[in-house]
Ligand binder design. Sequence first.
Ligand SMILES: Nc1ncnc2c1ncn2[C@@H]1O[C@H](COP(=O)(O)OP(=O)(O)OP(=O)(O)O)[C@@H](O)[C@H]1O
Ligand SMILES: [Mg+2]
Length: 396
Amino acid sequence: MVEGGAPGAGRRLLVLGAGPAQLGLLRAARTRDLFVIAADRDASAVGFPLADRRAVISAEDEQAIARLAEAEHVDGLIAPGTDWPVAIAARVAERLGLPHPISPDTATAATSKPRQRELLQEAGVPQPRWMFGRSPEEEAIPPPCVVKPPDRQGQRGLSVVHDRQELADAVERANAESRTGGWLVEQLIDGPEITVNGFSLDGRFHTLTVTDRLVAEPPAFGVALAHAWPSEQEPGAIAADAARALGIENGPTYTQIRFAADGPKVIEVAARLGGGHDAELCQAAIGVDLNGAAIAAALGEPIDEDALIARPRAGGACTRFLVAPRGVLEAVDGFMEAQAAPCVLDVRLYRPPGHRFGPLRTGPDRAGAIIATGATRDGALANADAAAERITFRVT
Ligand SMILES: Nc1ncnc2c1ncn2[C@@H]1O[C@H](COP(=O)(O)OP(=O)(O)OP(=O)(O)O)[C@@H](O)[C@H]1O
Ligand SMILES: [Mg+2]
C-alpha cells in the first residue's frame, strides 16, 4: 500500500525502514530538495511523517522493495540503521542500474556474520576466534563464548555462554532465530568496547567518531545504553582494514571493536550508518554531516573530502538510551522538559502508547534516546542523565 503527496521536483530517494534507526536520516533528507519514499512494515513507524510518500512494505521484502523502487523511478536507495536491508538496497540498485556505494557482493558479505569473519580472517584483521556450526555435533569454541545467529542484529538470538551446560540452549536459540540456518560461536572478548563511525571515499577511509559503547548489566548482553564521545581508546587502523577486507570503498561504516588484553578485535562491521543516532552524534561532536554524506553516496553524487574533516564542536557528546519500566505504556511525561534541558540536542521516543515493555534484553527493548553534548565525555553523559530524569514512562 502506497500513499502520500505528489512527487516533487527533486531527486527520488527510497529509504528502507522508517523506525527510530532511520529518523535522523529521514530528517536530514527533508532539509534537501529530495522526494523521499520510506518503506516500513509498520504503518505507525515514527519516521513516516518525515517522508513525502510512505509505503507500508517490509524493508526486508526484496521483491516488494524492487517493485516499489521501479514503480517510483527512484534515483537511489539507502538502508540506514538496519543490517538485512543493506544487501537488499545494493542488489535492487544494481538490478535497476542505479548508482550505489557498495556492490551486492560486498553488501551481502557485510550482512552475513560468518562470511564477514572469513573475509576478515583472509585479510588478517584481528577478531575473536570463531566457528560457524550447522549440526549439533560440531565442537564449539569452549566457554566463555558468544553464540549468535549468522544474520540477525539487535542482539536477537545472541547469548553469552559462561558454562558448557548453557551451550546447547544458546545454540538452539541462535539457530531458531537464524534466517539462513546455523549459528556462530565466538570467543568472548572481554574488555572495553568502542564504535568507529567511518566513511570511505574511493577506498580512502575517514575515521569520524570513535565512541565508547556502554552496555547494560546482565542478564542483558551487548545492549548499548550509551554511546559516548570522545573515547580514550585508540583503534588505530583496524576499522579501515576491516572495511577494506569487506570490499567497502565508498559510503558509511559502523564498526564495533572490543579491546582484549592483546589488542583490539573486530566484533562486527556494518556497511551503513549506525542505528543508534550515530550520524547525529557525529554532527554534534565534529560537525560532519554524516547523514548528508550517506544520502549523497546513495544517490551517486560527488562528495567533497573536505566535508569529512572533523571540526570539533563540543568537548563531549553522547547518545543515551532510555529504558522504560515493564508494563503497557500509557503516556510519557516530561518530554518537553527533557528537550529543554541544558545541552540536549534531541529526545526521541521509540514507542507509542499501548506498547508493552518487557525486561531489557535486546536493543529493541529500549524506549528512546537522548542526544546531548557537554564540556567533556562525562559531562555530556551527565547532561543526558539529567534530562532523562525529567522523563517518566507511565506504564500499567
Ligand atoms: N565475541 C564477542 N565478544 C565479546 N562481546 C561480544 C562478542 N560478540 C558480541 N558481543 C557483544 O554483543 C554486542 C552485539 O554483538 P553483535 O553485533 O555480534 O550482535 P547483533 O545482534 O548484530 O547486535 P547489534 O545490533 O548491536 O550489532 C557487541 O556490541 C558486544 O557488546
Ligand atoms: Mg550487529
